[in-house]
Design a protein around this ligand. Structure first.
Ligand SMILES: NC(=O)c1ccc[n+]([C@@H]2O[C@H](COP(=O)([O-])OP(=O)(O)OC[C@H]3O[C@@H](n4cnc5c(N)ncnc54)[C@H](OP(=O)(O)O)[C@@H]3O)[C@@H](O)[C@H]2O)c1
Length: 324
């Protein structure tokens, strides 16, 4: 017979014989995960957790019963339900609807039921904080969020490539403890972030991914303006981007900065800004704003003198004032 502490049980969660009592008796309990919104992210995480035995999957609620059934089929476990009142007493609940429905779903769930003593509710948004779940906190749930920094565009592929994914967590302590364990057991790496700065945390990805793409778009437009056809412009940019990204991760951010600002070449910056402003004012605005950040970085390089760099800063700011 196995020692009691090694036994994993999947008990129905009943108020009179709840998780805490089982824990007190030395059982390791697999908690039940109910899901509202099992789409790309939700069903992928649920399947990973089910396969690893982290959670037993309970109710799955999407907008249509057909979609809930399809999610259950993908996860390989669970019970499709048609309405929020079909979800049992709360143990662990993931609200992985798209961001705009999270707060509304939390309020609907909170209206329907009481929480078990250590119930945990979380969402998966990268920009909203766990505060959007406060309706559930008010009925006694611990609240948190887990944002896997990964694209779940293709769930089957996301399952295969999840190992090593960074997941940003925030919330109250019991929720963080539960989520850290759940993330670690499917091979993820947890990062704890400040709830008050969740939106700014998300801006980090916007800069490093979305705006990197927008910057490359600006670069390609400039090459095309000089007469290089699009296909070749893309080849040139691929070389530059690959080389720069390689330098950033090999040498570090500040040493990787090159170009006219790094060299303190005020006249070039000024002329470039003027010509961009005449041709495409929106691209010159980006040049100016990103240039101010490059000036800060160039100060840390000890290449160009402080006075040269401050003159460049004035050029960049002056363009902003005259444009405004
Ligand atoms: N996709 C990603 O790469 C990714 C990465 C990290 C984090 N996230 C986060 O994960 C969350 C979900 O994103 P997603 O891309 O997985 O969205 P998604 O594929 O559009 O899935 C959303 C799911 O929520 C269901 N749903 C929407 N409103 C509902 C409601 N009122 N009641 C019940 N179910 C509802 C939808 O049901 P139907 O199928 O019936 O329409 C759908 O299954 C978001 O917070 C997002 O920020 C996504």
């Amino acid at each position: 017979m196995e020692p009691r502490s090694a036994i994993t049980t999947n008990p129905p969660i009943q108020p009179e014989y709840g998780i805490l009592k089982l824990k007190d008796r030395g059982f390791i309990v697999t908690r039940r995960l109910d899901i509202v919104g099992a789409g790309k992210a939700g069903k992928t995480l649920a399947r990973l957790w089910a396969q690893a035995g982290v959670f037993e999957i309970g109710s799955v609620l999407n907008r249509s019963i057909e979609s809930s059934q399809a999610a259950v089929d993908f996860i390989g476990e669970g019970r499709p339900v048609e309405r929020i009142d079909g979800i049992g007493p709360l143990d662990v609940l993931m609200i992985s609807t798209s961001d705009r429905y999270i707060e509304e779903c939390a309020q609907s769930v909170a209206r329907e039921r009481k929480a078990s003593p250590d119930a945990v509710v979380f969402h998966c948004s990268g920009s909203l904080s766990s505060d959007n779940l406060r309706a559930l906190q008010q009925i006694g749930c611990h609240i948190g969020s887990v944002h896997p920094i990964k694209s779940f565009a293709e769930p089957t592929l996301a399952i295969e490539t999840f190992d090593g994914t960074f997941c940003a967590l925030e919330g109250d302590e019991p929720a963080i403890d539960c989520l850290q364990d759940a993330v670690a057991r499917i091979g993820g790496h947890s990062l704890e972030i400040d709830e008050a700065n969740k939106m700014i945390y998300h801006a980090g990805s916007v800069f490093a991914s979305n705006y990197l793409t927008a910057m490359i778009y600006a670069g390609v437009r400039c090459f095309e303006k000089s007469g290089i056809p699009y296909t070749q412009a893309m080849e040139v940019v691929q070389q530059i981007v690959t080389g720069t990204v390689g330098n950033i991760f090999k040498l570090g951010l500040v040493p990787a900065l090159t170009g006219p600002i790094s060299r303190g070449e005020r006249k070039i910056v000024q002329k470039q800004l003027e010509e961009l402003a005449q041709w495409r004012p929106e691209i010159s605005d980006v040049y100016r704003t990103a240039g101010v950040l490059a000036v800060d970085m160039a100060h840390a390089q000890n290449g160009a003198s402080d006075s040269e760099l401050e003159e460049i800063r004035q050029v960049l700011k002056g363009a902003s004032e005259s444009a405004g």
